[in-house]
Design a protein around this ligand. Sequence first.
Ligand code: BES
Ligand code: MN
Ligand code: ZN
Length: 497
Amino acid sequence: MLEKIQVKKSDAGDALKGVDCLLMIGGEKSGFDVSLKGVTVEPSACWQAAQREKDPVKDFMIAGADKPVAIHCLPLKKQGETDYQRIGAAAGTRLRAKPYGSVVLALGDDLEIDKDAVAALLRGLIIAAEPKLSYKKDDKAAKPDDIELTVLHGNDALSFTKKQLKPVLETARAVLIARTLTAMPANHLGPEEFKDYCLGLEDDTLGVRVLDRKELTKQGFRGLLAVAQGSEQPAYVVELFDKRAKGKPDVSLIGKGVCFDSGGLSLKPATSMPEMNMDMAGAATVVGAMWLLTRAAKPVGYVGSIGLVENMPSGTAYRPGDVLEMRSGKTVEILNTDAEGRLVLADVLDWSAKEHEPKVLIDFATLTGAIIIGLGHDDAGLFSNSDGLSEALLSAAKAADEGMWRLPLHDSHRKAIESQVADIKQTGGRASGSATAATFLGEFVGDRPWAHLDIAGVAFTDKDTVYSPSGATGWGVMMLERLVETLSAGKVGVDKD
Ligand code: BES
Ligand code: MN
Ligand code: ZN
């Protein structure tokens, strides 16, 4: 991760000494007279040339101080905090493309920028600069760890101390924790390794509790264990909590952690299987977020519960036609072993609701392919029984610049999962596949306000996004950081409607 960062007022004449990349944001009107005092570069000429060529993000090799400098002019259309996060990401994407060592980012004096905006800019920059997880022996990709980034500006009030930079670096690290876990191949990150990774995160404030097979059996996780029984890999539920928090939590975060989803006996086609190592992205979001939230000065009343399994076909696998009695006691008619996520989540939701008695439940899951058909890779699908909670989530997502779109839960969806032989059916047919899956989950949350986020489209993409290269994104961590602010501000009630 890019973390060698200084943010300071430019006062020396040797600002560009040894620098091999200069990123300019703003400065089209004012130039960089203050920011780069004494340097013989004429940035406004670069802007003009850039505009002439209709490519304001073209590289310019010019003679700067003591060697040629690659100059990137990055235009900023609007000046909201999200826009700064995005322009930072545009800068980060540039750094991901080429292995620069020493980088100056100059902020023009014509920017209306405050410290929060600089923090947003850096957040976007760091997470976008991170390359794809790679197992190449001879990797020529940029190494953000080696980059020395100096942000220069002309305003005393914008400088950051090391301590002030810490929260920015922590947010970025949390996103990258989620992203890396999601990207890891299933032979590197099975339920066992994922559980060990969580234990490795434990510190003074982050507590980790593991429920192993024996405990899961005792506690009646029959749905989760049915999914796991086709695999040689063990199953775990891992809980993450703030050691300083007292009393019942405000929010339970639940994550789907299917470390590999082959589909089980209802085997997936060969072409859709290779990326199914990402089917634990919901759990990764919960882990990244809990790591981040428990580092704040004040204890956070959030508890995370993730269900870690592998879905495989074998002689011991569960079958279509089976009837399961879930942890809650409800019976479920199994129709398709590839609809495994809802079974795992149902038991973890039931557990988390009863064990912790939180005010609110929120689950994260790469639950359905249908959500990708409906919303593409831009927005997570939000389903909820609470308008207040939905409002809080949507505004947190907006502030974090992470896409989210609410979809309805109707009685017709409940009808679609009525079964002739059990309390409910596992799947509701092709129509509204994401909504019937959400409705299934809703059967296991009791009367609590609850929200389900189907992140199959946003957790993993086939194209580069604003913030990340193609593949895993780490979606949801920044949204959850904002949610703590939104909910604790008490602006929204989170009652069940
Ligand atoms: N993990 C998949 C959903 C998924 C699909 C995630 C594509 C990411 C990309 C989930 O377990 C699944 O297989 N869902 C089925 C449900 C169906 C059998 C009712 C699906 O979407 O096809
Ligand atoms: Mn599946
Ligand atoms: Zn799955």
